[in-house]
Design a protein around this ligand. Structure first.
Ligand SMILES: C[S@@+](CC[C@H](N)C(=O)[O-])C[C@H]1O[C@@H](n2cnc3c(N)ncnc32)[C@H](O)[C@@H]1O
Length: 229
């Protein structure tokens, strides 16, 4: 049975997901379990994948360290043109940090194109996401979103953004908790935003804070990386 078949069987009462065209990208995908990477390993993997970039700093902490740095990404006029689209090279850098996490859940996926190993989730059916649903109820899909170990979130950052997308304001604390419910222990949440979102230290370990800028006159953003305890 494919993941798509299982989604169709979800009990009544769950929010209607527009599953048309869901490609079942995780079906049959085998993940080879590797020794757990330390934060220093991730910094090294990032540098190996992009040697021309500045290294990320590994800040030592009592619970295993975290990454800190600044990414200056530059402009890209070949982007999707979608309001709030990822800056150029952004996902490449995130993937370089997580080579051991080939299955990715992109929450608030916007204009991202289909990609092997990636499940795109957005509330707007016109964008043809793999799963069309409200991030505030993500955990209701937990029975089928098994073994999620990396979630990348790019929510609307402000009321003005929400107006542009025609959506209600995102409750960051609710969505972060939904992500925690879906993630397996030791899984990562990568959150791109204009704020450093609040999270519970009881549930999460801070693993990274990376500033993201494109060029002058663009807003500055922050990547917060959290590991589920
Ligand atoms: C900043 S954009 C993401 C852009 C994306 N990173 C890209 O590169 O195209 C935010 C997206 O969140 C979606 N969105 C807004 N509220 C949502 C919600 N409650 N649940 C799921 N998606 C939502 C919007 O439709 C929009 O596409």
């Amino acid at each position: 049975m494919t993941l798509y078949d299982e989604l169709k069987k979800l009990p009544p009462g769950l929010p209607p997901g527009n599953l048309t065209g869901y490609p079942g990208v995780w079906d049959g995908m085998v993940v080879v379990h590797q020794p757990r990477m330390t934060i220093a390993d991730r910094a090294a993997a990032y540098l190996a994948a992009s040697p021309i970039h500045h290294p990320l700093e590994v800040v030592s902490t009592a619970d295993g360290g975290r990454l800190e740095g600044l990414w200056v990404l530059g402009n890209n006029y070949r982007g999707s043109g979608y309001h709030g689209a990822f800056p150029p090279g952004f996902t490449k850098r995130i993937k370089a940090l997580f080579p051991d996490h080939p299955k990715i859940l992109h929450l608030f996926s916007g204009s991202l194109p289909p990609e092997p190993g990636v499940v795109r989730v957005d509330i707007n059916p016109e964008l043809k996401p793999d799963l069309c649903l409200d991030a505030h109820v993500l955990s209701q899909f937990r029975p089928v979103l098994r073994n999620v170990s990396l979630i990348i979130c790019d929510p609307p950052y402000s009321d003005e953004d929400c107006d542009r997308y025609g959506v209600c304001r995102v409750k960051r604390n609710v969505v972060i908790e939904e992500c925690r419910t879906v993630l397996e222990p030791g899984g990562f949440l990568v959150w791109l935003d204009q704020v450093w979102p609040m999270y519970s230290k009881k549930n999460w370990i801070l693993r990274g804070l990376i500033g993201v800028v494109r060029s002058t006159n663009h807003r500055a953003r922050l990547v917060t990386i959290l590991e589920k305890k």
